[in-house]
Design a protein around this ligand. Sequence first.
Ligand SMILES: Cc1cc2nc3c(=O)[nH]c(=O)nc-3n(C[C@H](O)[C@H](O)[C@H](O)COP(=O)(O)OP(=O)(O)OC[C@H]3O[C@@H](n4cnc5c(N)ncnc54)[C@H](O)[C@@H]3O)c2cc1C
Length: 462
Amino acid sequence: MNPNTARFSRALVTALGPRKVVLDAERLHDYSKDESDSGVHLPDLLCLAESTQDVQTALRLSREYRVPVTACGARTGKSGGSIPLHGGLALSLERMNRIKEIAVADLVCVCEPGVVTGELMKAVEQKGLFYPPDPNSLETCTLGGNVAENAGGPRALKYGVTRDYVLGLEVVLVSGEVLRVGHRSIKGVAGYDLTGLMVGSEGTLGVVTEVTLQLLPLPRAVTTALLVFDKLRGAAEAVSAMLAEGILPRTLELLDQAAIGAVDGKAFHFPKGTRAAVILELDGDAEEPLFEQMERAAGVCERFGIRELLVAKDESQRRDLWAARRQVSTALRQIKPFKVSDDIAVPRSRIAEMVERIHEIGRRHDVVVASYGHAGDGNLHANFLYADEAERRRVDVAVREMLEATIAVGGTITGEHGVGLAKRAWLPLEQGPELIELQRRLKRVFDPEGLLNPGKMFRRQS
Ligand SMILES: Cc1cc2nc3c(=O)[nH]c(=O)nc-3n(C[C@H](O)[C@H](O)[C@H](O)COP(=O)(O)OP(=O)(O)OC[C@H]3O[C@@H](n4cnc5c(N)ncnc54)[C@H](O)[C@@H]3O)c2cc1C
């Protein structure tokens, strides 16, 4: 720790007490990485904030001593967003995990940022309400991280992403000022949409200390099916075709052979020889219309070589199927220890073409590829697996080619994981210099010294 950071550290301990400040190297190591394989960067110290005032104090002192600060939730990010690239303070919101209010009459809830997403879902469901954004990491990730990344998930197909549910935020700026942006009503257009700006800002503009979220009534009926295909192309074409025929399930999740192989037999047994599959889930107020929609979906899939359609018989089968889906990302490490995990999004009509392209690029560069994900909204998780430096070099070439192909069909380099550290080199493929410079200027308005999550989204100098 350099002398200045050591002075900062002493000032922080004096202000917050030793219980909220961690200097122990072993514990700091846990805060040095996330789920993105973007490297390990140790913070100099960790603050476990318990209130908005703690966050204010930490930020004020960081600014006074010019020490970089990186906020974090559960560190499940897949773009390196919570990695303290330049050391300094890791500011964890995990202890701010209270659901402050669930207002049934307003269809609104107010939460601290460290609330685990799945915990909020369960709490609102007990009151007959529904919080739809469901990142597959929902059992561990936090609302603060979801807001900062504008997280999506399988249900985004029908219900949209985190941004669509954030009504208001309390945010602490690097100066220590507390801002309340947005509102509690469903509508509200006074002033610039600073809530919209904060959502997806990857912890680079301010630290979120409270989130006001919109809720929906809980759908009374849900039906889930596994659609088994002989060919990946057929499965991907069926996804676009179902949507084009006006069927709007809440999820249409695609799994290729590598993804299926990685999880088969764990939580769920896929039919023997499954080469590609789609998890289709429908919801609504009554079961009968869902059966009709399922039949229509099956009819469409017949044109694309569907082999089997297995409807989950009960809640436990549905849970097992989703458990398998949620394990894919981690299970792929059994094939190769490392991966570059991209989450491109393309217009829906280009899904099948893009899936094929990803595999063709993988074959050409002799790289193992797994593609799966929220195909219904065009968001594909393309994972390029590697074991050593030589493979990694081939992966980098393959990834660049895939991202260029994505942009060429009107897509984006990241549908939900964010730019962070992992994709900052690729941002110029999608955005011109003027747009990047405008965002850098915006960043300087909020954080003139560049202390908040430096080196993310754009290369430093921001
Ligand atoms: C198995 C697995 C499945 C996943 N599935 C999905 C998925 O389906 N959809 C999806 O979108 N993502 C998914 N993710 C990625 C990840 O879970 C999400 O990006 C999630 O939103 C991160 O939340 P977190 O609490 O872990 O945040 P962290 O990883 O701790 O932080 C992420 C970013 O948010 C910032 N941040 C955190 N808290 C705050 C705060 N209070 N104020 C300001 N900034 C803050 C950090 O600085 C960082 O930039 C998955 C990850 C894994 C490991």
